[in-house]
Each structure stands twice: as structure tokens, then as C-alpha cells.
Design a protein around this ligand. Structure first.
Ligand code: NAP
Length: 575
């Protein structure tokens, strides 16, 4: 358990961090600085951080293991009162850093993209800053005292956009209110920022703190935009007819020098947090205000050029009939591309637009290879407390499947694990079709229920395991963590996967299946054996004479698989 002390907790970033912390690290203790009690904090108190004695007393009393120094004054206030700004941005940082260094603790110092002189573009952490105003100079001085103590991380935030989680009045809320009333808005058109959403910045901050990273990192979005472009996009998304008046930096704030181009590269951030991908402005604007996804769909994509469109198109076609039930805006789709191949990315990206147009939250993650790493990266950014659907790239859900799964996991019936009925697309091969028919009719398929491309667990159920173990059949491992009465087959819904195209492919798939089962049997210390008997009722489909041919093929496939495995094992045995 960590003890957090968060200055500036009532601010816009502080509010998002408090909310995300309570979801992601519910066991941690949070001491927040604010003038009134703040949701997500165990204790809120007000301390003017410019007072050294009050701050030292607070640090001794709160004994934090993680300090986030977010408190700041805005640039225009800094310009009019440099001494006060220095006391908060530098003096307080120095005391916190000394405390962290002497207690083997860790702190994060919130700096700003205003440390740049404005003549560069997409700066990385190795570039030399040269601030042009009081605010930037004080932030740079604060960075240096923290770096000298070597006790944590300096995070240089770019422009933060989005609504606050509390009732705070910010530039964003003011602009949104004017756009809503169709009133004119002034916007700077000669200043470039790599803006990032408050929600993403909060998520990155918490992950960096949890992992105790040191040094310097830019917390920034991926593209350069002017405030004029940002506000114009807001206007478009809000269907406003407000006039957006272009103004220059100089006329917007005549008493302060605003740098021209302060864009920052986020490559280091993405290296430190594999899979982290800041949401582009337009998708963030389409995310309903304050909406946190309740259902996360995780799709690992490997060599998916031909198949990924199946799962994504079916998602984009999902029906949400019940006004009080699940909506697309409750669902996040996390596409974890783990083969590093552009030919997988292009088809995935082609479907992202149609998902976003329907209001789904979508994130494209580029992750290290392996399915396990892809799932881990997606889970690291998934909304805390959401139900999870693990979907194969070729699994085509029936149109009401998402709503039905969500309802099954949400109603208090004790169901923690659910899957729609598994189905194969027709194979061109007669014998494969016969095998698939017989296999799908086995009582075991419904009773377990089988998971060959889609299974879901409730938010509560997800707490049963940490990281997935190194197993080929991770789906079965997860299923075995749930008692049969906690599992549900959704008989009204289905998903279709691509069937083997011929006999050889079928036998290869069966061999992989057998090996996965054997590996799982050896890993019984990780999950109890499945109490659902696999072979019970295997002859039952034979009651229908039409199934006799299918049965013959089924037996032949079993025999061929067994033979291939025995021969394979013998040839691999050392002489
Ligand atoms: N917002 C951006 O676009 C942006 C861009 C780059 C960097 N940053 C940096 O990111 C951090 C968070 O920004 P933000 O936009 O969330 O800030 P914000 O909304 O302006 O909040 C500032 C916070 O600092 C507190 N504070 C001010 N003076 C204080 C004092 N003397 N003692 C104690 N607390 C004091 C405020 O408390 P009260 O409200 O109660 O006065 C408030 O909680 C800041 O360090 C900022 O410099 C922000």
C-alpha cells in the first residue's frame, strides 16, 4: 500500500488523478491538499505551500511514500507576482524533494511545455529548454531542484484539455459554455501545442508513479494543434455556430510572452508505458462528458490483415436497444497490435473510424509480440472496474451479443463468466464441416461453455488473477477459475470464427488444442481442474442418424491427431 500526498488536488489534473487513483489503486491511502473535502481522498486539508514551516510539518505528519506536486499558479498570475510563484513552484518543490530523498520516497514534479522558447517543435527530453516568461523560468528552476535530489520524476505536461471531474471553472468549461450558447470565442492561431486529455495525463501520471520512474518525461499528445484548431474542432463536435475569432499570442496576453511552438515528443512516455496511446482530440471530444467505459473489449491482433475486420465490423454493427442498458459510449475497444506489421494496422485503422462514429471509445495499442503481452498492455490502460470481453480478431459477434453479455454480468445472479455460443463459418472442406458440426453439438461445448474466440468476465471476476500465466490456453485457464454455477452460456447469442480450411489444418489445430490441455493439466497449481467432464455425452448426437457420418469424421480426426502426436513425440525423443 502506498501513501500519496497530492498538492493541487482540487485542480483540474488533480481531480482526474484522484478519481483514477480510487479506481486503480483502491487500497492506497490518499492525502489531498484542497480547501474542501475531495472525492477519492481519505483526508483533505488546506496548507499554503508557500509557507516552508507548514509544508515541513505536513510532510512529517502525512509521511507519504509518493508525493505529486501539482499545485501551481497560472502563467498570467506568475507574471504579476514572481516571488509568490517562485515560492510555490520552486521553494515547495525543494522541500518535498529533500523530504523524498531523506525517506527513500518518490516525488513527481509537474512542469510545463512553457519551459521552451517556442522556436523548436516536438522537443524531446534531451533538448535544452530556454523559457520566455516567469512561469516557464520558475518551472525550470523547480525541475532542477528535483533533479538534483535524484528522488523522482519531472513530468513536463503539454496543454491539458477536457472537462474537470468537479465543478471547477476552467478555460475549457468557459469555452464550451460559450459554444453552447453560440457566442463568439477568441482563439490564438499562432501557437502550437501537443495537447493531451486530462484523463490520459492522469492515467500516465499514476502508472509512472506506481512504477517509480526517475528522470524526465514529456506527458503529451501525438499531434500539433493551435488553440484555434482545437476550439474549431470543439465547435464542430458540439454543432455550434459560434464565430471563432482568430487572435495572436501577443494580443491574447499582452503582458506576457507566450512561446510560439512548444510541442513535445511523447516517445519516451510510450517507451516507459508500453501500450499507452493518448486519445486523439476528436475521439476525446466524442467521449461523453465524464463517461468512463463500463465494458472493455480486448482484441489482441497478430497478422490480422485478413481477419481483424470480422471482429471490428461486427462490433460496429452491435445493437443497443435498451435505453437504460449498455450503450456504445459505455464500451471501450482496445486493439492490441502485437506483430509490428503495417499490414495489420491499416485494416484495423480502417474500422476504427466507424467504431468511433458510433461513439465507442477506441484505442489502438502497439505492444510487444505475444498474445500475453498484448492482453497485459490493454489491461494496463483499460478502465478500472469495467467488465472485460476477450475477443479473437476473427470472432464475429451476433448483433445483440455485447448487450446480452453485459446484462448477464451486471445483474446480481452470481454470474462472473459468460460466453456466447461458439460457431464456425462453413469450411470449404466437407470433412471439416462434418467435424465442426459434431463438435459443436457435444454437450461439453455448452456446459463448459467452450471459449475459442470470445469470453467475458465481470469486473469482480477479473480480480481472481493477476497477469496471465505463460500458457497456450489462457482462455481455459481463466474459465477454470470460476465454478460451473458462476459461468453462463448465452444461448441466444453467438460468435463465428474461421474454420480450418482443410483436413491438415484441422489436425494441426487439434494438436495445438491437445497440447494446450496437457500444459494446463500440468499447471493444476495455477487453476483447479475443470469439473465439467469433457467426454460425457460424446455419443449423444448419434441419436440422430444424420450425425453418423459426422461422427465417423470426428473419430477419424481424433485418431489422426493422436497418431500425429505419438509419432511427433517419438521423433522428438532423444536416441
Ligand atoms: N492545465 C494545463 O494545460 C497545464 C499545462 C502544462 C502544465 N500544467 C501543470 O500541471 C499542473 C496541474 O495543472 P492544473 O491545470 O490541474 O492546475 P489548476 O487547475 O490551475 O490547479 C492548481 C492547483 O494549485 C493549487 N494552489 C495554488 N496555489 C497554491 C498554494 N499557494 N498552496 C497550495 N495549493 C495551491 C490550487 O488550489 P486552489 O484552487 O484551492 O487555489 C489548485 O488546486 C500544474 O503544475 C501546471 O503547472 C498544466
Amino acid at each position: 500500500m502506498q501513501r500519496w500526498l497530492i498538492s493541487g488536488a482540487s485542480g483540474q489534473l488533480g481531480g482526474h488523478i484522484l478519481r483514477a487513483l480510487s479506481h486503480r489503486r483502491p487500497d492506497d491511502y490518499v492525502h489531498a491538499l484542497g480547501r474542501a473535502p475531495l472525492p477519492g481522498a481519505h483526508v483533505t486539508e488546506w496548507v499554503d505551500l508557500r509557507s516552508g514551516a507548514a509544508l515541513m510539518e505536513l510532510l512529517q505528519r502525512a509521511a507519504p511514500t509518493r508525493v505529486l506536486h501539482l499545485a501551481a499558479v497560472p502563467p498570467v498570475v506568475a507574471e504579476s507576482n514572481p516571488a509568490s510563484c517562485h515560492a510555490l513552484h520552486v521553494g515547495a518543490a525543494m522541500r518535498m524533494a529533500a523530504y523524498a530523498a531523506s525517506t527513500n520516497g518518490w516525488m513527481l514534479y509537474a512542469s510545463s511545455d512553457f519551459v521552451w522558447d517556442g522556436n523548436g517543435g516536438f522537443h524531446d527530453e534531451g533538448d535544452v529548454p530556454l523559457p520566455a516568461n516567469v512561469y516557464g523560468r520558475s518551472k525550470l528552476a523547480g525541475e532542477r531542484v528535483v533533479a538534483e535530489h535524484g528522488c523522482g520524476l519531472v513530468a513536463r505536461y503539454s496543454l491539458l484539455f477536457g472537462f474537470p471531474v468537479n465543478q471547477r471553472q476552467t478555460s475549457w468549461t468557459t469555452i464550451a459554455a460559450r459554444l453552447k450558447r453560440n457566442e463568439p470565442v477568441a482563439a490564438i492561431d499562432n501557437e502550437w501545442r501537443s495537447a493531451i486529455s486530462l484523463a490520459d495525463a492522469a492515467l500516465a501520471t499514476i502508472e509512472l508513479a506506481a512504477q517509480r520512474h526517475h528522470g524526465l518525461v514529456h506527458i503529451s499528445g501525438s499531434s500539433a494543434m493551435t488553440p484555434y484548431e482545437i476550439i474549431s474542432m470543439m465547435r464542430q463536435e458540439m454543432n455550434s455556430v459560434s464565430e471563432i475569432q482568430r487572435v495572436s499570442r501577443a494580443s491574447f496576453s499582452p503582458n506576457m510572452i507566450r512561446p510560439r511552438n512548444v510541442t513535445q515528443s511523447n516517445s519516451r512516455l510510450r517507451r516507459l508505458l508500453p501500450g499507452f496511446e493518448p486519445m486523439p482530440l476528436r475521439s476525446a471530444l466524442r467521449t461523453p462528458r465524464g463517461a468512463v467505459p463500463r465494458f472493455s473489449v480486448i482484441i489482441p491482433v497478430y497478422h490480422g490483415a485478413d481477419t481483424v475486420g470480422r471482429s471490428l465490423a461486427a462490433l460496429a454493427d452491435q445493437q443497443f436497444d435498451d435505453d437504460d442498458g449498455l450503450q456504445a459510449s459505455d464500451v471501450e475497444v482496445l486493439l492490441a497490435l502485437n506483430d509490428g506489421r503495417p499490414d495489420s494496422e491499416a485494416p484495423a485503422e480502417a474500422h476504427v473510424a466507424s467504431l468511433r462514429a458510433r461513439n465507442f471509445h477506441v484505442r489502438l495499442l502497439r505492444t510487444p509480440p505475444t498474445r500475453r503481452a498484448a492482453i497485459a498492455a490493454a489491461e494496463a490502460v483499460a478502465a478500472a472496474g469495467s467488465h472485460r470481453l476477450y475477443l479473437d480478431q476473427d470472432a464475429r459477434l451476433s448483433p445483440h451479443a455485447l448487450s446480452a453479455i453485459f446484462a448477464a454480468l451486471t445483474t446480481s445472479t452470481g454470474i462472473q463468466f459468460a460466453a456466447p455460443r461458439a460457431r464456425f463459418d462453413p469450411s470449404p472442406s466437407l470433412v471439416v464441416r462434418a467435424f465442426c458440426r459434431y463438435w459443436c453439438a457435444l454437450p461439453y461445448c455448452d456446459a463448459s461453455p467452450v471459449t475459442m474466440g470470445a469470453y467475458a468476465v465481470s469486473a469482480e471476476g477479473r480480480r481472481r488473477w493477476g497477469a496471465l500465466p505463460q500458457l497456450a490456453s489462457d482462455d481455459k485457464f481463466v474459465r477454470m477459475l470460476f465454478a460451473p454455477k458462476e459461468r453462463l452460456l448465452l444461448t441466444s447469442e453467438s460468435y463465428h470464427v474461421v474454420a480450418p480450411q482443410g483436413w491438415r489444418e484441422l489436425i494441426r489445430a487439434r494438436r495445438r488444442y491437445l497440447r494446450g490441455n496437457r500444459e494446463l493439466a500440468r499447471a493444476s497449481h495455477l487453476a483447479p481442474p475443470d469439473p465439467v467432464p469433457r467426454y460425457r455425452g460424446v455419443l449423444r448426437p448419434l441419436l440422430r442418424p444424420s450425425a453418423w457420418f459426422d461422427f465417423a469424421v470426428f473419430v477419424a480426426a481424433y485418431g489422426a491427431t493422436w497418431l500425429a502426436e505419438s509419432v511427433g513425440a517419438r521423433t522428438m525423443r532423444p536416441s
